[in-house]
Design a protein around this ligand. Sequence first.
Ligand SMILES: [Zn+2]
Ligand SMILES: [Zn+2]
Length: 333
Amino acid sequence: MSEFRRNPVFGNWIIIDTERNFSQEKHSVENGVEKSDTAYCPFCPGNESMTKPEILAFSNNPHRYPNTGDWKLRVVPNNKPILQVESAIKRQAYGIYDKMEGAGAHEIIIESPQHDLQFKNAPLEYYENAYKAAISRVRDLRNDIRFEHIFYMKKYGSHGNYPIGSHPHSQIIALPIVPKQVNEELDGALRYFNYKERCVFCDIILQEIDDGIRIIAENESFIALCPYASRYPFEVRIMPKTHKSDFDLISDAEMSALANITKTVQTKYSLVLDDCPGTILVHTAPLKKRNLSYYHWYLEIIPEIAVLGNIDKGTGLFVNPIFPEDAAKHLKG
Ligand SMILES: [Zn+2]
Ligand SMILES: [Zn+2]
């Protein structure tokens, strides 16, 4: 059973999860995939019994039985969840401290039956299905009133604990709290809105379209850009041109456009950064603050480029070795 503990000075919540064995974590991915061998991979077709029963599946076969093969995408609860949906939320005081049981949801979107499919080479349908599944899960999890915030994230490529060949997947994590970083971003956006009576993100989009020097791709619904104050080299944001604070309010047409621009960005990355792994994270408003006029959802992509002498850990200071304008120039090609 995991536990939330709040830092009494910074106010941020930490999850203590003793189910996670840190020596084992070094060479395994989440959900217990320890080998890139498809015989042992619980995400591979034929191994459906190795996961918990599926929550959602896409298949071309209308007569398919749940938890059998013949699927294009499956969503399953994580076998080793950080948080469990069954738990009740019990907030407790412990002296001056605050703690809470780890209620939440932790789901895995198995994005393709193809074990060795590389993100950069994936067909457009793959991206569309992945987003469709994520949106569908967020819309469903939103109905559970215990949850305050949902993270949708994906790690792609070969990470230290994500060996090459690990099955393409992303994660949905529903939390009973709003993380401090999310609140800080909302507060910053609200301050700007109170001052200017405009959404800061809408203003950023207008200025970036005007400047043109940090945009690397654009379509009818989205722009992809290297942010003005990028923390990491080749960091990219994909921002919807239409103001919406919630990721799950995306329309079907926008979802296709998002799949399209994500694929374009990945193609650009592969040309400039080869097989550099990275993380995609959706920034969206907390579940109980819908339709905010001052916040605007977006998708953040951070390639994992080792930067010598970086001092960001613990200091909050980021040293980026490349101007985002130059990163954009390389990516634009
Ligand atoms: Zn697999
Ligand atoms: Zn906006």
